[in-house]
Design a protein around this ligand. Structure first.
Ligand SMILES: *[C@@H]1O[C@H](CO)[C@@H](O)[C@H](O)[C@H]1NC(C)=O
Ligand SMILES: *[C@@H]1O[C@H](CO)[C@@H](O)[C@H](O)[C@H]1NC(C)=O
Length: 287
């Protein structure tokens, strides 16, 4: 009896009296920020809910780094030169909702991500391929940000678990084509600007029943893609190679309020000469 009370008292005491690691600041709201670290500090309080590490030199993340941080909800590790992550490093983090590993040197998507994850940001890394199993089981994921990586293709089933995905950002990659339709029924925001896309297969956009925002700026498109979803509010096609616009391709977009076409090679809109050879903004409601 006495012994178990003592143990409870001891563990209670150790949970409260944790010290803040060197080069970190810890605040009472269970958030910890660290800079210029060379490894994940060992003494981070186990009650930490938000952990921010940046401007550090941490080449590899290890399975043991976060293993005991069972209440961690948000982890940001940026600008830290991280190149690789051991299998299962994040798997046990059952409370983790947001994982941000931007501006590192990762070459692949971290493996075995926890199933409660809602936000995954991996922008500005060197990820050069996606694999079918990368996002397996991430049923709650809402935001996936992969901008400024080296991704060339989207494998057929890579996104098949992502039933709740609302925002997919693939700007600044190396994509020349997309082969298969993606089934992302809840997607509202899709951005694939600054790739090398020149066309889309028929029906590529058909399954995006909720899409509001689509940006395909900075690609090599010569035509407006067919079958754009009716739900669109904003369509960005600047900096492509469009020569003409047929209004029948966008006529069904009854709620479109933004349609950007600047920096193309437009000479006609439905056979009408545009005069300047370039058009800034067209309101399809007028036609
Ligand atoms: C990590 O997991 C992948 C996929 O299951 C496996 O192929 C690979 O061998 C594992 N790596 C190590 C070092 O265990
Ligand atoms: C256009 O907007 C109206 C009003 O918000 C909405 O009821 C309608 O379903 C929208 N149309 C499409 C095709 O999404």
């Amino acid at each position: 009896m006495y012994l178990s009370c003592l143990l409870v008292a001891l563990s209670f005491h150790s949970a409260l009296s944790t010290t803040c690691p060197r080069r970190c600041s810890c605040d009472p709201a269970q958030s910890v920020q660290c800079y210029r670290a060379t490894e994940i500090p060992r003494e981070i309080p186990l009650t930490t809910r938000r952990l921010y590490i940046s401007h550090s030199k941490i080449k590899q993340l290890q399975f043991t780094d976060f293993r005991r941080m069972s209440v961690l909800e948000e982890l940001v590790l940026s600008c830290s030169g991280t190149e690789s992550i051991e299998n299962n490093t994040f798997k046990a983090l059952s409370s983790l909702k947001s994982l941000e590993l931007c501006k590192n040197q990762l070459k692949q998507i971290p493996t075995f991500l926890p199933s409660g994850l809602e936000i995954l940001r991996l922008a500005d890394n060197s990820i050069n391929a996606l694999h079918a199993s990368d996002f397996a089981g991430l049923m709650k994921l809402r935001v996936l940000d992969l901008r400024n990586n080296l991704i060339a293709t989207l494998p057929p089933s890579a996104f098949s678990s992502l039933y709740n995905l609302q925002s997919l950002i693939l700007d600044g990659n190396n994509m020349e084509s997309v082969s298969v339709p993606l089934r992302l029924p809840r997607l509202k925001y899709l951005s694939m600007a600054d790739n090398k896309l020149n066309s889309f297969p028929t029906n590529f956009f058909a399954s995006f029943q909720s899409l509001h925002f689509l940006s395909l700026s900075g690609n090599f498109l010569t035509k407006i893609p067919l079958d754009l979803p009716k739900s669109l509010l904003s369509l960005k096609l600047e900096k492509n190679q469009l020569k003409m616009v047929r209004l029948r391709d966008v006529k069904h977009l009854e709620n479109l309020s933004e349609f950007l076409l600047s920096e193309n090679q437009l000479t006609s809109i439905d056979g009408e000469n545009t005069g300047k050879g370039d058009s800034q903004k067209i309101d399809p409601g007028k036609y």
